[in-house]
Design a protein around this ligand. Sequence first.
Ligand SMILES: Cc1cc2nc3c(=O)[nH]c(=O)nc-3n(C[C@H](O)[C@H](O)[C@H](O)COP(=O)(O)OP(=O)(O)OC[C@H]3O[C@@H](n4cnc5c(N)ncnc54)[C@H](O)[C@@H]3O)c2cc1C
Length: 344
Amino acid sequence: MSDQLNDSYDAVVVGGGAAGLNGALMLARSRRSVAVIDAGSPRNEAAEGVHGLIGREGMAPGELLERGRAEVRGYGGHVAAGAVASAAGRAGGFVLTLEDGRTVGARRLLVATGMVDELPDIPGLRGRWGRDVVHCPYCHGWEVRDRAIGVLAGGPMAVHQALLFRQLSANVVLFSHTTAAPAGEEAEQLAARGIRVVEGEVAALEIAEDRLAGVRLADGRLIAREALAVGPRGRPRAGFLAGLGLYPDQHPQGMGEHIAADAAGRTAVPGVWVAGNITDPAAQVGASAAAGALAGAQINADLVAEEARAAVEARAQARPGGQVSDEDSDEAGAVPEPGRPERV
Ligand SMILES: Cc1cc2nc3c(=O)[nH]c(=O)nc-3n(C[C@H](O)[C@H](O)[C@H](O)COP(=O)(O)OP(=O)(O)OC[C@H]3O[C@@H](n4cnc5c(N)ncnc54)[C@H](O)[C@@H]3O)c2cc1C
């Protein structure tokens, strides 16, 4: 998938998933020089299809991203395979070093490296991830409808998750695993919706003929299940941002860690934007792409403002006396005062 990398760009996008590619598309269409550097492991790579995405419902994740890369290239953007190992510098002069030793400069950065799902450490579970071990009712719920579904409790959202999966199947049980069994109103809700609580620690998943057959408890019981929903914690793929003084925080809704940013993706470090799962662990493909598009547009606007300021200064310097006049400010794109006609 690799393009040659230039020495530097207006913007470098780290991560070529939905968020990064849509950000790059906006930048390339704004006639910005842009490169996407992508390690090639999107979070949903284990899934057969992308669901809940209008116009591309069920498309294989790899095919969606291949189309995105072609679209970015179609506007002159570069998309290179590689993993960013470290970052240094500041707005206007960032330098990224890749694991293979290449370096690339950038005036602005869009970091869209996604997150790692920290899965429960239960034998047999990891190998079923994205197949019959799932997390999101909107991504795979339809695919497991009417099946025997288990929900593995692991945090405060377990009962909520069980109720969501109950919308898709009448056969749902909640495994309390290492947590206390729900009590009070939560217990009432589960009972009223016919969701049985199975107490006791889960020891392993039983697999037969490449399918989940059941959940084995530490006391030896086997509960037959065809799908198991888990609630992984998110860990942002953000180690290389330490060189810029940017570190993960706890996600406010208890979904693990994330890189904090404002609604447009602007981080605490000037010149660095984030989009997608690195900042919003709940974002699906559509939301990640939208966030990337917004961040890409914001980066372009930030560069436009910087270039307008520089143009005004350069023009003033070229004048005898080097003064910035009202005329300079207006022509550089200043918004006219209300009631004052715009010069044409
Ligand atoms: C099993 C599963 C199924 C899912 N199914 C659906 C679904 O059906 N519908 C839906 O809408 N959502 C689904 N999702 C959620 C979906 O995966 C995310 O919404 C989406 O991947 C987020 O996009 P992103 O661009 O933020 O990150 P990603 O898609 O994870 O892309 C990040 C990219 O950055 C790269 N990268 C990481 N670190 C570096 C680095 N240092 N240097 C260079 N590149 C780097 C990665 O290799 C990756 O290619 C699913 C998730 C999982 C786990």
